[in-house]
Write a protein of this length. Structure first.
Ligand code: IVH
Length: 678
């Protein structure tokens, strides 16, 4: 047993130094070179001795000590830190022709010069930025929103292949970026342990990696063997200007893990060939990749190409085609939406698809279902649209059962049996019974949702009970709920009941007309239209008095929206609902925003459309900026649109705006219009 001493003596310091170097050496051999010179027990014994020394003399434990790899005291939460250089994302391509377009853009940007491309694997994990200062790993940040991320240093230190200290020949300050991931074998190992403990297995390596990095207890992180490859150096900081290939070789020489599958390609044909090769070869790997990343090799050419506000122009991802699986269509059920729309839903034999188990998929509407001629019992092909939403593509004709019959179009609502009605102008079949319990549940969920009245605690299970027990027949009834009545419900204690009553009180004070108009679920009135109407009319009474021409005169409100608003307020049940909501004390007015009067205000009077995923602003922020400066934020692109602010993955709106010659702005351009520094 070591005796505590205020200052370690020179023997101790020397022993600590030698042990530390020794443990680091074996750690590197194991994680980087995948070999061992000593047994696991011997390694553990040396690490324990090191930990004992540091426990006795805490001053010996520096931020690069291998003892930190076993994790430390749990954190209360993660600090949010602004990235020194934003972590941009990269644009995606899905086809050979899009890759050729990228090459053409690059060559145009380089005035015809032909670049060398480096083609790498697109690792399907979690992006990370590692910062070394004085050669020591000081900080590891997740990407977050690209501008700021979470400080997960303590967790990242547990990853054995990451050097906690760089060798003397590395620049003392270095920021490298890469991907943390979990191998398929490691996921299997963890799942064996979980299943033995009766716990649900983890579904896929990417989500498990993300979840692991967000654990507050780094000792738990240390128990899961995460992996990492670094693939990018943030320029500057004394790192030599180098080609990408040279930079990767330098990182490797500093002991940083770099993926071995990198190919130099002299033209786009070679790039395409490499991408196609990995489309099948990826299944030989012990980790998941979701595509390839193609990078211009030369640093000078990268500089010439630059970046948009969302992505560098010198890099592109090629995403592998969506995985298609076959499964059995067990049943078709019918879901009733908040405005009575009946949607057929495919109930599928559970099938693993792109990382999750898929059991259900929307079939959109009965016309679509009839076109696809899907029948219960069919073997069907499913894929995920945009890697998230499951879709049924088609049935497999050879497998169709003789007994399979077309799904009958419902003549009555499955919930309340009211005869269905089909609008002549769209493909949607509806239940027109406003009191239909299925519709009511959807309406209450929408009314309570975050962008509407934002009633915390009003979840589906509670709504189900409130409707089933007939405690709530419309949204106004929610405000009559009190603690004793709520406490009579299942899974509702005194505290939850009181919290809910408080949330209902808060929403009366904190939500205004725009939230209510959105929450009422008037057809065609989305978030943005609700806000426009609230601001234009200022009160619900003024809106209810408006006639068709007055409504249609409002920017962004066409004949269809105007008619829908008129129909809604013409319905006696809705008029009564508004009166009752007023009596409950809800705010039915909107305060007009203060318009910034400025001679050079380039936003005043202009019509903006915002599309795609934003990284600098939230959608609400950008809309407020536009409105505060007297501009208009519209929902769709038309000839009247002056500017389209396009974020990441902008799709059809960007295409339409380009076709109409609308000025396209990046978020950065928009920030400049605001007169703010970029
Ligand atoms: S390069 C400035 N290389 O894919 C360039 N990214 O979908 C930074 N990713 O955010 C990225 N493998 O998290 C690069 N070999 C690779 C990659 C890679 C995976 C991730 C990265 C990025 C995301 C974009």
């Amino acid at each position: 047993m070591l005796k505590k001493h205020p200052e370690p003596d020179s023997d101790c310091v020397a022993r600590h130094k030698a042990l530390k170097a020794d443990v680091e050496h074996h750690n590197r051999l194991y994680y980087v070179e995948a070999r061992t010179e000593i047994s696991d027990q011997e390694f553990d014994a040396r690490l324990r001795e090191l930990a004992d020394l540091e426990a006795a003399w805490p001053a010996l434990q520096t931020p690069d000590s291998p003892t930190l790899r076993v994790g430390g005291a749990p954190l209360e939460g993660f600090k949010t830190v602004v990235h020194r250089v934003p972590m941009l994302s990269i644009d995606n391509t899905y086809s050979e022709s899009e890759l050729r377009d990228f090459d053409a853009r690059v060559q145009r940007g380089l005035d015809g010069d032909t670049p060398t491309y480096m083609v790498e694997l697109k690792l399907d994990g979690v992006a990370i930025a590692l910062r070394y200062e004085n050669h020591i790993l000081q900080q590891a940040l997740t990407r977050g929103d690209g501008v700021q991320g979470d400080d997960v240093t303590q967790n990242v230190r547990t990853i054995g292949s990451i050097p906690l200290r760089l060798p003397p020949h590395a620049p003392p300050t270095l920021e490298v970026r890469g991907e943390i991931f979990m191998t398929v074998d490691e996921l299997k190992r963890l799942n064996k342990i979980r299943e033995a403990a009766g716990e649900e297995p983890y579904r896929n390596p990417r989500n498990t990696t993300a979840g692991t990095l967000k654990l507050l207890d780094s000792r738990e992180v240390a128990k899961r063997n995460l992996s990492i490859y670094l693939y990018h150096v943030v320029p500057g900081d004394g790192f030599p200007s180098a080609t990408h290939g040279e930079a990767l070789a330098l990182l490797k020489a500093y002991g940083l893990p770099v993926n071995e599958h990198v190919e130099a390609c002299n033209d786009i044909d070679a790039v395409i060939k490499t991408c196609m090769k990995w489309t099948t070869r990826r299944f030989e790997l012990d980790y998941e990749i979701d595509g390839m990343v193609i990078k211009v090799d030369d640093p000078g050419q990268r500089d010439r190409l630059g970046a948009t506000s969302k992505a560098p122009r010198w890099v592109i991802a090629y995403k592998f085609p969506a995985e298609v699986r076959q499964t059995r269509l067990l049943d078709i059920t019918v879901q009733v939406g908040k405005s009575g729309a009946l949607t057929p839903v495919a109930e599928l034999e559970p099938v693993p698809l792109a990382g999750t188990i898929v059991k259900r998929a929307s079939l959109y509407n009965f016309e679509d279902l009839a076109k696809k001629d899907l029948r219960v019992g069919d073997l069907v092909e499913v894929q995920k649209a945009g890697e998230i939403i499951p879709q049924v593509l088609r049935f497999v004709p050879e497998e169709r059962l003789e007994t399979a019959v077309p799904f009958p179009i419902p003549t009555a609502c499955p919930e309340c049996t009211t005869p269905t009605h089909k609008d002549p102008d769209d493909a949607i079949l509806r239940c027109v019974n406003l009191a239909c319990p299925a519709q009511l549940k959807e309406r209450l969920a929408h009314f309570s949702s975050r962008k509407a009245m934002d009633i915390e605690g009003m979840g589906p299970a509670l709504i189900e009970q409130l409707v089933a027990r007939e405690l709530v027949r419309d949204p106004a009834d929610l405000f009559g709920l009190d603690t004793p009545r709520l406490m009579g419900l299942e899974r509702m204690g005194e505290k939850s009941a009181a919290n809910l009553v408080q949330a209902l009180e808060d929403c009366k004070k904190q939500r205004s007309l725009k939230h209510l108009l959105f929450g009422l679920g008037i057809r065609h009135v989305g978030n943005s239209t609700a806000e426009t109407l609230a601001q234009k009319f200022g009160s619900i009474e003024a809106l209810m008095e408006a006639d068709a021409p007055t409504l249609e005169a409002v920017e962004d409100v066409g004949v269809i929206v105007a008619q829908s608003v008129l129909d809604f307020f013409d319905t006696p049940a809705n008029q009564k609902l508004v009166l009752r909501l007023r009596d409950c004390g809800l705010c039915l007015t909107e305060v007009q925003p203060v318009i910034i009067e400025d001679g050079d205000n380039p936003i005043a009077g202009k019509v903006f459309v915002v599309t795609g995923k934003l990284s600098r602003f939230t959608r609400d922020e950008i809309h407020s900026h536009i409105k505060e400066r007297g501009g208009k934020a519209a929902g769709s692109v038309s000839k009247k649109t002056d500017y389209l602010v396009a974020g990441e993955k902008a799709g059809s709106k960007l295409k339409k705006a380009t076709a109409l010659g609308v000025t396209i702005l990046t978020e950065e351009d928009f920030q400049q219009l605001l007169g703010e520094p970029v």
